[in-house]
Each structure stands twice: as structure tokens, then as C-alpha cells.
Design a binder for this molecule. Structure first.
Ligand code: KE4
Length: 426
């Protein structure tokens, strides 16, 4: 593969955009090399600026679940754009997509649209604090809820005391209200709750984690969190920015049968345009301005173009009874094929998979939390990443990310991917 034009474009970008990218993971820092500049995309394929065709397993980090330039979405945006792009006034389409989302997802009566997953999670935490009158939150090491200050926290000094900032610019004052727990470790969560009695507003979690690679909740973990929240007047926030409208119509609440109090969305809900959202039952959502005292706002929230893209996406998913099964079957096929060729080449690995989310970890130990995810051999991962890329297969440029399968992938694409993996390691 040649990347001459991507290199030229990257050099120009670095002069006027910090690190040459508008989001750090795109810079390939974890795997080295020059980021690929995309010219266009269609279905399961990316066409880069050097004329290379790549099978895409990132799909804009989740949104393109039905493939790039999906006709119903593209056409909806084109038609909507002809009628104006933004008004800062209510429009009917916001109600249409809100009604559809509420009909697809359990335990929500109302939904508020924002412009990113970060905004959704940040607003959900503020709502939980306002509703409960309590300040502290519990998040999990390795879970990512966007770049709001309260989430950029690493483990603090004591096991059950607050965290400390993991980025300059986040204050100790903010960090003291964030407690850090270990994923899949109920005893740890209970200890944190007991050490901070009546001070915790919410627990926010990726119910199926995707920012440590893909990590499923162990049996009983989510149910255990539900019970701990019920017993301690704590709201349970499912950050379904990745899993919402991807793992099932009703997301993880439907898949695992566990009720959240507030659910956050992003990615798929916007069909590739900037949309985030958070939703809950009436008694919680009615605390939001202008109805209630918790303030939250946004100039482009509910933007007509973004709503048109999201409505076309959710309508297609809602009307296709088989799409989530097809996605899961394709992902299982890929899992089995990759495992077979990695085993045949004696490559120590473990593969995690839930629905259409999958990740490959180069370590023998089961990956169940951030600690075990961090044990993966990153040199092997870099070899894997670049070896696949050189054969036209684009996977996540970090071992701590998840692959997102699109329904546009054919079984021929999957076979090509499996063969490419065999070629890397044989
Ligand atoms: P955004 O603000 O990037 O739209 O969403 C933040 C967010 C919230 N919650 C979860 C579970 C997420 O995965 C994300 C964003 N995901 C990353 C991928 N790991 C987006 C890629 C990026 O940062 O560029």
C-alpha cells in the first residue's frame, strides 16, 4: 500500500490542526505510521486518498452500522438540506425521531438530543446529580464516556477514595467527586458505595465495554449494579453511545434484561451526523430545563439534517427484524475464522465479542477489565494492525478499541479479512 498523498495531507493538517487531527485516536499514535486520509466511502469500503480500497471495521467508530453512504440516510439529508439547515426553533422531525427512539428502547419516556456522546453523558451526570441532590459519581477504569472533566479521572491514591485528574486542565475539585471502580468487580463497587454512604448520585457504565477493546459484563454484574443502586438510592446510567441501536433495538437493556435509570446514546442514533442523546423515565427527565431546574442546552441540538439522518437510520433498523441477527452471525463467523488462523499460527490471543462488537487481544488471559486488557502484547498488535492495513483491511488503530461490524460486509469480505490475518502471521 502507498500512502504518499495521505502523508502530504497529514503534513499540511499538522500545520493548522493540533496533531493534524480533530480527534486524537485518528493520529495512529498507538500503532505508529501516518494516518490514512479517506477520500470517500461506500458500503463496507473506504477509498483513501492514495487510491487504496480498504475493508472498514471501524465504520466511523460505530455509526455506519448499515454501511457508508447508506442511500436512505443520504437521500434524507439531501432533501432536508434543501429546506434549510438549522433554525434554532422546534421542528416536527425532532418529535418523530424522539417518538421512534422511545418506542424502541425500554424504560424511557422522554429523550433530549445533543450533538455528541460526550454531551449526552455529561448532561446525564448533571441530571443525576440534580435529581438526587448528591455530588459523587462512580465510573469504571477503562470506560470512556467522552472528554467531560468528570470522566477524565484515573485511580486515586486510596482504594475507596476519589480519583485524580488524568489530564491537565481537570481540577482536583472536579476529581474529588469521581470514584473509580474496577469493571466486572461488584465487591469493589460495594466497597466504594459503603465508603461514600449517601453521597453518590449515579453509577455510569458502558454496560458492554468498548473502550478497552470489547468487554462483556460477567454474569450477574449488571444485575448486581442494579441491586446496589436500588438499595442505595443511586441512579444507574447506561452509556450506550456504542451499544445503543447496535446490539439490539433496545440496546443492552433489551439484550441483558437489566433496567437503567438514564440511557445515553450517540453514533448510530445520528446515522453518521453529529447526534448524541440521553433519555429516562418522566420523573427524571422532567427535572430538565425548561420544565425543571437542571440546565442543559445547545444551539444545534435536534438539528434538522442530523435528525433526518438519524430518523432514516433508526427507521431502517426498526423495520428490519433480522438486521441484528445478521450482524451477530457475521461477527461470529469472523470470530471463528480469526481464532482458527491465529491458533494455526500459534499466536497467543483471546477474542471478545458481543453482537456486532469484537476485539482481538494478544494475551492468553481472559480480558474482563482494564487491567487484563492492558496485558495484551502491543508489539504484536502493531504488527497485526499494519499487516492487515497493508492488505486492505482497516481495523482499530489501538488495542483498546473495538471493531464495529457493518451489515454491508459480505461473507467474501469476511473471508478476505480472515485470510489477511493468516498472511500476517504465517
Ligand atoms: P463522542 O463525544 O466522541 O461522540 O462520544 C464519546 C463517547 C461516549 N461513550 C462511549 C461509550 C464512547 O465510545 C464514546 C466515543 N467513542 C470513541 C471511540 N472509542 C470515539 C472515537 C474518538 O474519540 O474519536
Amino acid at each position: 500500500m502507498i500512502y504518499k498523498r495521505s502523508s502530504t495531507l497529514f503534513a499540511a493538517a499538522e500545520k493548522v490542526i493540533p496533531g493534524g487531527v480533530n480527534s486524537p485516536v485518528r493520529a495512529f499514535k498507538a500503532v505508529g505510521g501516518t494516518p490514512i486520509f479517506v477520500k470517500e466511502a461506500k458500503g463496507a469500503y473506504l477509498y483513501d486518498e492514495d487510491g487504496n480500497t480498504l475493508i472498514d471495521y471501524i465504520n466511523s467508530w460505530g455509526p455506519m452500522i448499515l454501511g457508508h453512504a447508506f442511500e436512505p440516510v443520504v437521500n434524507a439529508v439531501i432533501e432536508k438540506a434543501k429546506k434549510g439547515t438549522s433554525f434554532g426553533m422546534p421542528t416536527e422531525i425532532e418529535t418523530e425521531i424522539a417518538e421512534l427512539a422511545v418506542s424502541m428502547v425500554p424504560n424511557i419516556d422522554k429523550i433530549r438530543f445533543v450533538n455528541s456522546g460526550t454531551e449526552a453523558c455529561m448532561s446525564a451526570v448533571r441530571l443525576a446529580r440534580g435529581y438526587t441532590g448528591k455530588d459523587k459519581i462512580i465510573k469504571f477504569a477503562g470506560c470512556y464516556h467522552g472528554h467531560s472533566d468528570s470522566f477524565l479521572i484515573q485511580a486515586g491514591s486510596g482504594a475507596v477514595t476519589f480519583g485524580s485528574p488524568n489530564s491537565p486542565g481537570v481540577t482536583e475539585g472536579t476529581a474529588k467527586d469521581t470514584l473509580l471502580a474496577n469493571y466486572n468487580d461488584l465487591a469493589n463497587v460495594e466497597a466504594l458505595i459503603n465508603a461514600n454512604k449517601n453521597e453518590i448520585a449515579c453509577i455510569i457504565i458502558e454496560p458492554v465495554a468498548g473502550n478497552m477493546g470489547c468487554i462483556p459484563p460477567l454474569d450477574g454484574f449488571l444485575q448486581g449494579l442494579r441491586s446496589l443502586c436500588d438499595a442505595n438510592d443511586i441512579l444507574l446510567i447506561f452509556d450506550e453511545v456504542m451499544t445503543g441501536f447496535r446490539l439490539a433495538k433496545g440496546g443492552v437493556q433489551e439484550l441483558y434484561g437489566v433496567d437503567a435509570d438514564i440511557v445515553c446514546f450517540g453514533k448510530v442514533i445520528g446515522g453518521g451526523l453529529p447526534v448524541g442523546a440521553f433519555a429516562a423515565r418522566n420523573e427524571i427527565m422532567n427535572y430538565l430545563a425548561p420544565l425543571g431546574p437542571v440546565y442543559q442546552a445547545g444551539t444545534l441540538s435536534g438539528n434538522p439534517l442530523a435528525m433526518a439522518a438519524g430518523l432514516a437510520m433508526l427507521t431502517t433498523l426498526n423495520n428490519d427484524a433480522e438486521v441484528f441477527n445478521r450482524l451477530a452471525e457475521k461477527t461470529e463467523y469472523l470470530h471463528k475464522g480469526l481464532a482458527k488462523v491465529l491458533d494455526s499460527n500459534n499466536i497467543t490471543h483471546t477474542i471478545n465479542r458481543v453482537g456486532s462488537m469484537i476485539s482481538v487481544h494478544f494475551d492468553a488471559e481472559p480480558v474482563v477489565d482494564f487491567k487484563t486488557a492492558a496485558k495484551g502484547n502491543n508489539e504484536t498488535f502493531k504488527t497485526f494492525f499494519h499487516g492487515m492495513l497493508n492488505q486492505g483491511v482497516y481495523i482499530a488503530p489501538s488495542a483498546f478499541e473495538t471493531w464495529f461490524i457493518t451489515d454491508a460486509l459480505t461473507y467474501e469480505d469476511l473471508d478476505r479479512t480472515i485470510e489477511a490475518c493468516n498472511t500476517v502471521f504465517k
